[in-house]
Design a protein around this ligand. Structure first.
Ligand code: PM9
Length: 459
């Protein structure tokens, strides 16, 4: 059948009304929120593309699993199920549940990092780097250079530059690198995937040097989809088999289940190493809870186990990634500059190109996210200088090359009509882009400032 989009592989059983607001209401809401979309209330947003984290619609099967929650303090049968599913789909020997991804990052960083260590990664992620630095590590970006160029069209723009990794090992010594953090996909590069060949090469180099490879598996199913569709030899391999092979190149992973495990809360830390597992079990009781629930209710673990099984269904992931492509194409047709190629979880507006008259120190992406909300009630997220924060040593702002606004697509939530509304709003803004002004930051929290910073429009 000839269609311009991939239709939904599900039907809608429950609906949730969303707020339709006027421009003058939105002006008031935005001012009250200090021009930070994180500080808006969700009932002030018409289409909420702030994040794909914890915003998925669960299936009837997941909801049914919620009713089978075993809320025993220790040894819940839902943990046993989660453990079986993680072993089967990811292939790791051990799993420690955590309340969400950063809980797993906290455990991993606290156990493995000594002050003065180096943790290389394929571009930073906010919470991941914050935990690494909190434990005294220096984060080193070893992603390929093209990942920092919003217009470079490469199939695997999330790849690690093997020469950069090799050079770092020579310079600082393998004993100063507790692990390589390899994100699949790379959120802040635009949701860009890593090829299987690259994972294999990283694994080979690291094993030779006795360095662990820990995946940030948050969006690993989206990565598996890109491998299937872009890496020739995997065209006929199932998503589940690709996922399992990907994980075989890692010693463990951190996971924010709120993304690719299709749940509203949850995460876990995986590993093959018995010693690391024992240390994680000792630490998890301090921060999260018993090693058999890690901050989650039994029902949450059941929903996550079922979500993992659903996530590898080709029809689901094909539709999900196609929704992103659909929105990106509509934006491109209207001339709006977006990151290329389109990633797996979002479309990223290139605020540097969109608002070329606003210098980076006046927060163009933050200003664009605020203006998009004022225009349409669509909530998006800044992923530029505000998110990048400050260099711990110099106290100066990082100036990332990528100054982006992320339109993040929740899983199984919005329809193509919603995406049309988003595209129309962004195109209309683009036509009057010269009227958009920069912002001044009037409150800056010390850590992860993008969550709660406040701004005011420049005159
Ligand atoms: N990502 C996102 O919207 C939610 C918080 S915004 C800072 O993209 C990666 C690649 C993520 C991620 C969260 C986490 C942390 C780790 N790695 O939010 O703690 O995208 O479950 O996961 C967000 P948790």
């Amino acid at each position: 059948m000839d269609r311009t989009y991939v239709a939904e592989p599900y039907k809608i059983k429950v609906v949730e009304p969303i707020a339709v607001t006027t421009r003058s209401e939105r002006q008031r809401f935005m001012a009250e929120a200090g021009y930070n979309t994180f500080l808006l209330r969700s009932d002030q947003c018409y289409i909420d593309l702030l994040t794909d984290s914890g915003t998925s619609a669960m299936s009837d099967n997941q909801w049914a699993g919620m009713m089978l929650g075993d809320e025993a303090y220790a040894g819940s049968r839902n943990f046993i199920h989660l453990q079986e599913v993680v072993r089967e789909y990811y292939g790791f020997k051990h799993v420690v549940p955590t309340h969400q991804g950063r809980g797993a990052e906290n455990l991993l960083s606290s156990i493995c990092i000594k002050p003065g260590d180096y943790v290389p990664g394929n571009m930073y992620f906010t919470t991941t780097r914050a935990h690494q630095e909190r434990n005294g590590a220096n984060f080193v970006d070893i992603i390929i250079d093209e990942a920092h160029d919003s217009q470079a069209e490469l199939p695997f723009k999330g790849n690690i530059d093997i020469a950069k990794l090799s050079r770092l090992i020579d310079e600082v010594g393998a004993d100063k690198i507790p692990y390589v953090c390899l994100a699949v996909t790379v959120n802040l590069a635009g949701g860009q995937p890593v090829s299987m060949a690259n994972m294999r090469a990283v694994h080979e180099l690291c094993s030779k040097n006795g360095i662990k490879v820990m995946f940030d598996a948050t969006r690993c199913v989206e990565n598996a989809y890109f491998i299937k569709t872009r890496e020739k030899e995997y065209a006929d391999t199932t998503i589940a088999a690709i996922l399992k092979e990907m994980m075989s190149y890692a010693d463990g992973c951190t996971m924010s289940g709120k993304k690719d495990c299709l749940v509203n809360i949850g995460g876990f830390l995986c590993m093959n190493d018995d010693d690391l597992y024992q240390k994680a079990c000792e630490l998890v009781v301090l921060f999260e809870g018993m090693p058999s629930y890690g901050g989650l209710a039994g029902r949450d673990m059941e929903a996550m186990a079922r979500g993992i099984m659903e996530s590898v269904d080709y029809n689901y992931i094909h539709h999900r990634v196609s929704q992103c492509e659909y929105l990106a194409e509509k934006l491109k047709e209207g001339g709006v500059p977006v990151v290329k190629p389109t990633g797996g979880h979002a479309v990223f507006l290139d605020a540097r190109a969109f608002l070329s008259h606003i210098p980076q120190d006046q927060f163009p992406a933050q200003a664009l996210a605020a203006e998009l909300y004022l225009e349409s009630g669509v909530r998006s997220m800044e992923r530029g200088i505000v998110s990048a924060g400050r260099d711990k040593k110099t106290g100066q702002n990082y100036h990332p090359k990528l100054e982006l606004v992320r339109l993040t697509i929740p899983r199984r939530v919005y329809t193509y009509s919603h995406l049309d509304v988003v595209a129309a709003a962004a195109v209309s803004l683009y036509k009057r882009r010269e009227t958009i002004k920069g912002l001044e930051m009037i409150y800056e929290p010390k850590l992860l400032r993008f969550f709660t910073a406040r701004f005011k429009p420049l005159a």
